[in-house]
Design a protein around this ligand. Structure first.
Ligand SMILES: NC(=O)c1ccc[n+]([C@@H]2O[C@H](COP(=O)([O-])OP(=O)(O)OC[C@H]3O[C@@H](n4cnc5c(N)ncnc54)[C@H](OP(=O)(O)O)[C@@H]3O)[C@@H](O)[C@H]2O)c1
Length: 254
């Protein structure tokens, strides 16, 4: 049996867009990656891509809005990589997006936005923060390790509500509030919590037909570029933590 790695990374919300890009990059930079999403169909291609590139990935079908499902996922990680410590956790679950006039929204739309936008982050952070605290380097070893990191994918709607975005914005506001609170509580204990405001349309394989910024080249945000920013956040020294980062295409109005 292969020896357990010293550290691993976990990404929840692995589709073909941002989740896949973050998984591939963190694996390329040396972490075995645990990949969580509900459907095998989303996990398998990313696990295969990481493995084909020489990395290590473990795909675990998981619903982040269900605490029992998350507990089972982390039990599977611990069984596969016993003793491995958590270096980086990325919360990227699709957040119940519903683009509708307010009077057409349903209570279920609100439930979905809160379930993956906010409650899922609550459950995920309750399970990852203790592991990240456990991975805070001792004074002697600190130059060899990056500070343990929790990164949350946000959106413009975390900063302002807009017409047709009522439930999505409610979930993202709550998500940002949680992330800020975690940063203030756990930053001083050595865990870096960062919130990324993704201010524009992401150029995902599943959203190729979505036009943004009149279809201009680079008018959508590259998920690989988001992943590079997440790696930068992860590797920041504790004397210079970013809590909030915003990313937008060069032509985006803001
Ligand atoms: N796409 C955009 O234009 C855009 C713009 C701004 C911000 N964002 C933010 O970016 C993040 C998503 O990144 P992305 O759009 O590039 O998507 P992505 O990484 O391609 O996929 C996200 C994945 O989240 C998974 N997911 C949804 N509900 C889940 C649950 N309950 N438990 C576990 N996994 C779940 C879905 O897989 P399963 O269905 O298999 O669970 C989905 O494939 C979200 O926070 C979103 O608000 C997106």
């Amino acid at each position: 049996m292969a020896a357990s790695p010293p550290f691993y990374a976990v990404v929840v919300g692995v589709g073909s867009g941002t989740g896949a890009s973050v998984a591939r990059l963190f694996a390329r930079r040396g972490y075995p990656v645990a990949l969580l999403a509900r459907k095998d169909a989303n996990l398998t291609p990313v696990v295969d891509a990481v493995t084909a590139a020489g990395g290590t990935a473990l795909g675990i079908p998981t619903d982040v809005s269900d605490p029992a499902s998350l507990d089972a996922a982390f039990a599977a990680v611990a069984a596969t990589w016993p003793g491995a410590r958590l270096a980086a956790a990325v919360y990227n679950a699709e957040a119940g997006f519903a683009y509708k006039p307010f009077l057409e929204l349903t209570p279920e739309d609100l439930d979905r936005a809160l379930a993956t936008g906010a409650k899922g982050l609550f459950h995920f952070a309750q399970r990852t923060i203790p592991q990240l605290l456990d991975a805070v380097p001792s004074e002697e070893g600190k130059e060899q390790q990056h500070p343990p990191t929790l990164i949350v994918t946000g959106a413009t709607a975390a900063l302002r509500g807009s017409a047709r975005f009522a439930t999505f914005a409610a979930g993202k506001f709550a998500q940002r509030a949680l992330a800020q609170s975690l940063a203030r509580e756990f930053g001083p204990r050595g865990v870096h919590v960062a919130y990324a405001i993704i201010d524009g349309v992401i150029d995902t394989p599943w959203g190729k037909d979505r036009v943004a910024n009149d279809g201009k080249a680079d008018g959508k945000i590259s998920p690989d570029a988001i992943a590079e920013s997440y790696w930068h956040l992860h590797t920041q020294p504790r004397s210079a933590f970013t809590h909030e980062l915003d990313l937008r295409p060069f032509v985006e109005k803001f």
